[in-house]
Write a protein that binds this ligand. Structure first.
Ligand SMILES: Cc1cc2nc3c(=O)[nH]c(=O)nc-3n(C[C@H](O)[C@H](O)[C@H](O)COP(=O)(O)OP(=O)(O)OC[C@H]3O[C@@H](n4cnc5c(N)ncnc54)[C@H](O)[C@@H]3O)c2cc1C
Length: 429
């Protein structure tokens, strides 16, 4: 079935107004344009699905992603704590092609020719596009840790980061299970910005939840490169001093310089060395490697600056960058929820651009980050971000966000619903 241009323009207009059009898996004609999406995580999978849904199948979408399934970082700290399994946070990509008609290609994008508008892959394939979406997440800066440079694969076996959910998450859980009662678990946190500001502190709580029950003589050291807890500080510190009293010790200003992999010892700029039984080093991060290959890294040699009306790179014409890879606006966390919102703004803008129209001039984005303190008690931080046409950026709307007053079970139920809904939104039918 062919979609007429007039119908597509109607669809693009509706998308910009945030109206959701019914998807139709039978319409794969792609007559209104071709979009290639690199990365099937929170940003990329959502963009792929919404481009198909909002164009009613008129825009052809190819999603390039090496992983067999979508594995969620949100809730993955519960796998480390032991109340969930990795299967609980893993979902297939089937619905993206079956229901939405996205061509899902299992491969790794290795090059982008912006002038010719072609993406090449490690598997030797080429994909032409009218618009390209890059949502590759983060790449770990192993080069910043001397002992990691020669053999990062070995380093992350000894001191897992578990900052990309999957085998690393399972490995860290196994190391924790093998740790003797009375052992030391240490988490090393990089200087912000990094993926998921509250994530390391939530992880601390999940490890504490496990150790409190299984190995109560143990100790958790939180070795933070930042001068203070970077998110929900009061709520996390309260949990450590009450719920996990005596188990957690927080040490700020711990800028990592190296790791002695032979003894699992972390070394710091100004603080004493710390030897741990389980050492969870979260390395500093930058935009995923394909962003460098595409030439769209423009900020601090790490992140991609975008026009927040369309998420189009300020350097790469026709290239839209989403999620953790971007240079964030004020008060905007690197989160799955934000990546999901970036994807919708970008998808609507792309449909309008393909139809020769300007993007919506007043996008509005929302974010909620839930953190599990126990297996069911949760705290949240929420924010709303509105485009400021004078400053040409997204700014937090004063008074529109907020924090939980205290951890509670009701928010635990909300958090599980949030996860289910956002997973459905990205890769569900
Ligand atoms: C422990 C932890 C807990 C978290 N908890 C929360 C939470 O509760 N709420 C929340 O909102 N956020 C949370 N986050 C943050 C969230 O996971 C990220 O912000 C989100 O995944 C970013 O989405 P993205 O699309 O930028 O990257 P990702 O979701 O990482 O997706 C990137 C995808 O790109 C693929 N890729 C990379 N390079 C290429 C290439 N060259 N070719 C093809 N594919 C490629 C990767 O395989 C990957 O699938 C958490 C993160 C962690 C680590």
């Amino acid at each position: 079935m062919t979609i007429r241009r007039r119908d597509f323009l109607k669809a693009a207009g509706a998308a910009a107004g945030a109206a959701v059009l019914p998807g139709c898996a039978t319409m794969r004609d792609g007559t209104a344009g071709k979009v290639v999406v690199v990365g099937g995580g929170y940003g990329g999978a959502t963009a792929a699905r919404y481009l198909r849904m909002w164009s009613n199948g008129a825009v052809g979408v190819t999603l390039i992603e090496p992983r067999e399934a979508f594995v969620s970082c949100p809730l993955s700290n519960l796998v480390i704590g032991g109340s969930k399994t990795i299967a609980d946070v893993t979902m297939p990509y089937d619905a993206l092609w079956r229901r939405w008609g996205v061509d899902v290609v299992r491969d790794t994008a290795s090059g982008v020719d912006i002038d010719k508008r072609v993406v090449t892959t490690a598997g030797g394939r080429s994909f032409a596009y009218d618009r390209l979406v890059l949502s590759p997440g983060v790449e770990f800066m192993f080069d910043a840790i001397p002992s990691y440079r020669a053999d990062p694969a070995r380093a992350v076996e000894i001191a897992p980061h578990a900052w990309q959910a999957g085998p690393q998450t399972v490995l860290l859980r196994r190391q924790l299970e093998a740790m003797p009662d009375g052992g030391i678990f240490a988490i090393v946190i990089p200087l912000a910005p990094y993926r998921c500001p509250p994530g390391p502190y939530e992880r601390t709580c999940q490890v504490a939840w496990y150790l409190k029950r299984a190995k109560p003589k143990s100790k958790i050291l939180v070795l933070d490169g930042n001068p203070d807890v970077t998110s929900k500080a009061g709520l996390f510190k309260k949990a450590w001093s009450e719920e996990y009293r005596g188990l957690v010790e927080y040490r700020p200003n711990h800028a990592l310089t190296d790791v002695d992999l032979g003894t699992r010892t972390a070394k710091f700029e100004t603080a004493d060395d710390v030897r741990a039984d389980v050492l969870n080093v979260v390395p500093p991060q930058r935009a995923g490697a394909i962003a460098r290959a595409a030439g769209v890294i423009t900020a601090n040699n790490r992140w991609c600056e975008v026009d927040f009306l369309s998420f189009e790179s300020i350097r790469g014409k026709g290239v839209h960058v989403l999620g953790d890879a971007i240079q964030i606006a004020q008060g905007m966390p690197k989160s799955g929820h934000m990546a999901n919102n970036h994807a919708k703004v970008a998808a609507a803008a792309i449909l309008r651009q393909l139809a020769g129209q300007a993007p919506n001039p007043t996008p509005m984005l929302v974010n909620t980050c839930y953190s599990f303190i126990t297996d069911k008690d949760v705290v949240h931080v929420a924010s709303v971000h509105q485009y400021d046409s004078e400053k040409k950026t997204l700014l937090p709307v004063q008074g529109a966000g907020g924090l939980s007053p205290a951890m509670n079970e009701m928010e635990g139920r909300y958090a599980f619903s949030w996860a289910q809904n956002i997973w459905n939104d990205a890769v569900g039918g």
